[in-house]
Design a protein around this ligand. Structure first.
Ligand SMILES: NC(=O)c1ccc[n+]([C@@H]2O[C@H](COP(=O)([O-])OP(=O)(O)OC[C@H]3O[C@@H](n4cnc5c(N)ncnc54)[C@H](OP(=O)(O)O)[C@@H]3O)[C@@H](O)[C@H]2O)c1
Length: 233
């Protein structure tokens, strides 16, 4: 089994849902984990689950809903125990369901702030350091959502995540900082809802594939976690 010993991963939104699974999957590979949630109390369960893996952990908290708040999160990560080797941009929100005509500019902006602009700020903060260290894995969560206009701020922000990931990958070509984007599948989480096709655990092991890529491996690519559910290692 390929290990990630001595590496640090920041997983935004790892207090629950898919981010929590990704944190556990990386920890199983011996990666040290920076757990993120909006409040410290929200991160307690992930920290409890991580104890089983005997890795180092660090907690950062805060909302990704404004430039100021994301800058504070970045500062807290940089003051932490290790440089970020793996940046898993997982946190996102889905807008309130309503007819596309009635979605306000503020609602569009709020979705884009959390789902896209904060992701860009995090990449800007950590990718240049990764480039200097000649190692980095950035994975951005996207979605297979389509033809649900009532959720357009969510789906359009995710389409922008795809394009941004490809552009960032082009910028970082040849640096061993690999940027890829991952669709986890429709999963039973607070965001995905109880009627989703798959259990949240099925995001593993697929979600680990872009984090475990060999040096100078694929970048700017789309990964679907559900394609890997038959992988045993
Ligand atoms: N579930 C699905 O079916 C599905 C399908 C396709 C793509 N995705 C994507 O997968 C990712 C994770 O989704 P999920 O289903 O695991 O969601 P979730 O269960 O709703 O969990 C969301 C996570 O993001 C954090 N978060 C929420 N609002 C935040 C904010 N304003 N600032 C900072 N962090 C915030 C939450 O932290 P707190 O616990 O502190 O609130 C939590 O850790 C998202 O990018 C989502 O778009 C999910």
């Amino acid at each position: 089994m390929k290990l990630l010993e001595n590496k640090w991963a920041l997983i935004t939104g790892s207090s629950r849902g898919i981010g929590q699974q990704i944190a556990l999957g990386l920890a199983q590979r011996k990666c040290n984990i920076i757990v993120h949630g909006r409040a410290e109390s929200n991160t307690a369960e992930t920290l409890r689950l991580l104890k089983a893996y005997n890795v180092q952990t660090h907690v950062v908290t805060g909302s990704l809903d404004s430039n100021e708040n994301v800058e504070a999160i970045i500062k807290a990560v940089k003051a932490g125990p290790g440089p970020v080797d793996i940046l898993y941009n997982n946190a996102a929100i889905q807008n309130k369901w309503k007819p596309i005509w009635e979605i306000t500019p503020e609602e569009w902006l709020h979705s884009f702030q959390i789902n896209l602009f904060s992701m860009i700020a995090l990449c800007n903060a950590f990718a240049p350091e990764m480039k200097i260290r000649k190692y980095g894995r950035i994975i951005n969560l996207t979605s297979g959502i389509k033809d649900i206009p009532q959720l357009a701020p969510y789906s359009v922000s995710k389409a922008a995540v795809d394009k941004y990931s490809r552009d960032l990958a082009a910028e970082l070509q040849g640096t061993n900082v690999l940027v890829n984007y991952l669709d986890p599948g429709w999963l039973k989480t607070d965001l995905g809802g109880p009627n989703a096709d798959n259990e949240v655990e099925t995001v593993l092991p697929g979600a680990l594939v872009p984090a475990l890529l060999e040096d100078n491996g694929p970048s700017g690519r789309f990964y679907a976690a559900q394609d890997y559910t038959m992988l045993t290692e």
